[in-house]
Design a protein around this ligand. Structure first.
Ligand SMILES: [Zn+2]
Ligand SMILES: [Zn+2]
Ligand SMILES: [Zn+2]
Ligand SMILES: [Zn+2]
Ligand SMILES: [Zn+2]
Length: 468
C-alpha cells in the first residue's frame, strides 16, 4: 500500500469502523490489531491518521501491511477495561497517600495492609503505565483478597501510617496532614488559643471547639480533628487578617471568661462571700472589692464583668491561689463588725452634739466615750466628714474600751467643756458629704486588657474541691 492510499484507508477506517475507534483514558488509541495503546495523548489538533500510520507501519506486530487480523470487539473491550484499571491504579499511586507507603523498599498494599514483594522504584517516572512497578502492584491487587476485585476499601491512612513510612515522593493528603500538623505546633497563626486552650481556626476565624493540651501541645487526635475541620472550612472561607483574628480571639476570651466567672458566682461558696454592704469578696485576695452586688438580684453581665476585671488582675499574679473559704468569710465578718459600728455611728453624729467636740487649743477631736483627744486620728476641726474620716472614727471606736463596754454611755457637751476648755470655733455640725462616698465607682469600660493569648483557667478542679 503506498503512503497516500494508506493514509486515506486509515482515515476512512477511523471515521467509520467501531473497532478502530476505541479510546482509552480519553486520549489513548487502542490498536485493533495488536490490542496495545498504539497512540498516546491524542488531542483535538492531532493529525490522527499520521499518528495511526506511524504505529501500524513501524510498531505494530500484527498489522502486517494490512494483511493481519483484526481482534474481535469483545477482546478489545476487555483490553480497554484492563488499561483503564491500570490508569486508575497509576493515579492512586501518584495521588493517594494510602497507596504511597513502603516497608523498607517494598510497596505496602493499602487493602491487606501488608508489605508486598513489589519493589518501590526511586524514580517517579517508573510509575508509568508500562512500568514493572505498576504491573507488580496490579499483579498483587488482582489476587489480593481484601482488594476483592475492586470491591474492597483501603485501610485508613492513620492506620497504615502507624506501621509504615511514606514512600518519600510528594503525596497528597498524608504529607499535607503532616505539614498541617507542623503548622499547628509551630506557626503562630495556627496557634491562636483562647483562655481555655480552644483553637481558633485561622481560616474561618471561629472557635473550632477543639481544645489543645496543657502548654498548647497537640497530639495526633487533635491534629486529626483540626485537619477535618480545616479541610472543609478553608474551601468556604477566605482567611481573615491577623488583626481580625486577634479581635475574634478577644471576643471569644471575653465570653468564655464571663461564663467561667458566672458559673463560679452561681455555684461556688468561695465566690459568694458578701459583707453587710453587699460588697463582694475576692477569693484570691480575700479582700473587699470595688464590686457591690445589687440586693437580692442576680448578677447582671456588667457586674460579672467587674468581678472578672478584678479577678483577672488578682489571679494572674504569681502563684495566685484561691484562699480558704474560712479566711474569706473571716474577712467579711471583720468588715461586718466595722459596718455595724459605722451604721451605729451615723445617727449618733446626727443626734449627739458631743460627737462634734473639737478642742479649741489643739483642734483634736474628743471621743465622748473615753473622753480624750484622739490625736492619732489626724482629724481636725473643720474637716469634712468623709468616708475616710468616718473609717478612722470607726477604727477608734473598735478599739475604744468605753464604747465597746457600753456604747450608750456618752459624755455631754458640758462635761467635755469642763474637761477640755472651749470647743473649737471651726467645729460646727458634723455633716456627711453627699451619699456618693458610700457607693462604688461606676466604670463602664468593657476593656479587659490584652487577653488575646495563653491559657487562663482560674483554678483547677482540685483547688475547687479544697476550697470547700
Ligand atoms: Zn498495533
Ligand atoms: Zn493486598
Ligand atoms: Zn474553620
Ligand atoms: Zn482580689
Ligand atoms: Zn474613745
Amino acid at each position: 500500500m503506498n503512503p497516500r492510499k494508506l493514509r486515506r484507508h486509515v482515515a476512512e477506517m477511523f471515521a467509520s469502523e467501531p473497532v478502530w475507534q476505541i479510546i482509552v483514558n480519553r486520549c489513548d488509541w487502542l490498536c485493533p490489531y495488536c490490542g496495545e495503546l498504539g497512540v498516546r495523548g491524542l488531542s483535538a489538533d492531532s493529525e490522527v491518521e499520521v499518528l495511526l500510520m506511524e504505529h501500524l507501519s513501524n510498531v505494530c506486530g500484527q498489522w502486517r501491511q494490512g494483511e493481519g487480523k483484526l481482534l474481535p470487539m469483545v477482546r478489545l473491550k476487555k483490553r480497554r477495561k484492563s488499561f483503564e484499571f491500570h490508569f486508575k491504579i497509576q493515579r492512586l499511586l501518584r495521588k493517594d497517600a494510602r497507596f504511597r507507603l513502603k516497608d523498607g523498599e517494598r510497596w505496602v498494599c493499602p487493602y491487606c495492609a501488608g508489605p508486598t514483594d513489589v519493589g518501590v522504584p526511586e524514580d517517579r517516572k517508573n510509575y508509568g503505565i508500562e512500568s514493572p512497578f505498576l504491573n507488580g502492584v496490579i499483579a498483587h491487587l488482582i489476587p489480593c483478597k481484601e482488594f476483592a476485585s475492586g470491591r474492597g476499601k483501603p485501610r485508613s491512612y492513620k492506620e497504615l501510617r502507624s506501621r509504615y513510612s511514606p514512600d518519600g515522593s510528594e503525596s497528597q493528603e498524608g504529607d499535607e496532614v503532616e505539614r498541617f500538623g507542623s503548622k499547628l505546633t509551630g506557626a503562630p497563626l495556627f496557634r491562636l488559643l483562647d483562655v481555655e486552650r480552644g483553637w481558633l481556626c485561622p481560616y474561618c476565624g471561629r472557635d473550632s471547639g477543639i481544645q489543645f493540651l496543657p502548654g498548647g501541645k497537640v497530639d495526633a487526635r487533635i491534629i486529626d480533628a483540626a485537619w477535618k475541620h480545616v479541610r472543609v472550612c478553608r474551601e468556604e472561607h477566605k482567611m481573615p487578617d491577623i488583626e481580625t483574628l486577634k479581635g475574634r480571639l478577644q471576643e471569644i476570651n471575653r465570653a468564655k471568661l464571663m461564663a467561667q466567672v458566672r458559673r463560679k458566682l452561681e455555684g461556688h461558696a468561695v465566690w459568694q462571700v458578701l459583707d453587710l454592704d453587699n460588697i463582694w469578696y475576692c477569693p484570691y485576695c480575700a479582700r473587699p472589692t470595688e464590686v457591690q452586688f445589687p440586693v437580692g438580684l442576680e448578677p447582671d453581665s456588667r457586674l460579672v464583668l467587674k468581678v472578672l476585671r478584678h479577678v483577672l488582675a488578682c489571679s494572674t499574679q504569681a502563684r495566685a491561689r484561691i484562699k480558704d473559704h474560712k479566711e474569706i468569710k473571716a474577712a467579711a465578718a471583720a468588715q461586718n463588725e466595722r459596718i455595724r459600728v459605722r451604721n451605729d455611728l451615723k445617727p449618733r453624729i446626727r443626734n449627739a452634739d458631743s460627737y462634734s467636740y473639737f478642742q479649741a487649743e489643739t483642734g483634736f477631736w474628743i471621743c465622748p466615750h473615753c473622753i480624750r483627744p484622739i490625736e492619732e486620728m489626724g482629724f481636725h476641726a473643720g474637716d469634712e466628714l468623709t468616708r475616710d474620716v468616718l473609717d478612722r472614727l470607726v477604727d477608734h471606736l473598735l478599739s475604744c474600751e468605753n464604747y465597746l463596754d457600753d456604747p450608750n454611755l456618752i459624755a455631754s457637751v458640758h462635761e467635755l467643756r469642763t474637761r477640755f476648755g472651749p470647743r473649737s470655733q471651726d467645729s460646727g455640725e458634723l455633716a456627711f458629704p453627699p451619699d456618693s462616698a458610700d457607693s462604688v465607682d461606676d466604670e463602664d469600660d468593657n476593656d479587659l486588657g490584652d487577653i488575646s493569648s495563653g491559657e487562663l483557667i482560674f483554678y483547677s478542679e482540685d483547688d475547687e474541691e479544697a476550697s470547700y
